[in-house]
Write a protein that binds this ligand. Sequence first.
Ligand code: SAM
Length: 282
Amino acid sequence: MTDAQFRGLLRQTRRIHGWFSAEAARLFVWIDEIQRQNGVKGGLFEIGVHHGKSAALLGALAARDGERFGACDLFEDQQANTSISGHGDRQIFESNMRRIHADSLDLRVFAKPSAELDPEEIEPIRFFHVDGGHSRDEALGDLRLASRCLVPLGVAVVDDAFRVEWPGVTEALYEFLAENPEYVAVASGFNKAVLCSRDAACMLAQEFDREDARNAKGLGYPIHLKRASFGGWEMRVFHVPAFVSEPGLVPRLRHFYRSHPVLQSVLLRPAVKAAKGVLKRS
Ligand SMILES: C[S@@+](CC[C@H](N)C(=O)[O-])C[C@H]1O[C@@H](n2cnc3c(N)ncnc32)[C@H](O)[C@@H]1O
């Protein structure tokens, strides 16, 4: 997808109600590109479409090569939405998908609880977005289903994986990784965690680690990439550090001090102490 196409899609989806940032969309597009460069083929699937904000992008990625996009939601059966995450509406969803994709998309809708999905009715998937029920049982069930549908270099992306409001999703992620040691959380950021096999993780991490590639994909400064061990893998964490996101002189100076070891020399200690005193009083 070219940058112009991406921006066009962002414009078209801006007014769709939902929970899907432009940065998360950029990450999805990048993963899609890496998969294509490595010859990974398969359908795309989403559990939890709400009004279609993320589905519109996944649909666009699927439509490029005539791949199928599967969408599952409870829609009008909201009494089954036990974790009260979002509120799907089939009419709004379908009208948004029609407006953006017209007839170019092979869309298959599953209007039922994801627990009733049978892997047999889903084709092999290369990109599976888990954004439905947010309890431990729902998210774990969805991750298990995703792992049964994924092609070898496929990815499952989980929403709200490390969010304080949704500890059940974190619990599900951790349990899933414990019972599937062949999987790792290769990356996290923009409220998403990306899970895949170790082979797929190497393929993705190699690209994520390239600063020039991050810049080219629109995920460069102020976004930083750091490594943090999670479940036995050096997860790549996309984040905006506090010294950038918190306006103000003190966080910036603190960062500058910490990232320049020369300032920590014994000789400069009195000067640093005096500067700290001034900042404390100000
Ligand atoms: C957080 S919203 C999805 C947000 C959407 N992906 C977006 O881009 O804005 C969660 C959706 O999952 C649906 N849902 C909740 N529990 C579900 C379940 N057990 N099975 C299928 N869908 C479910 C809700 O109806 C809601 O539309």
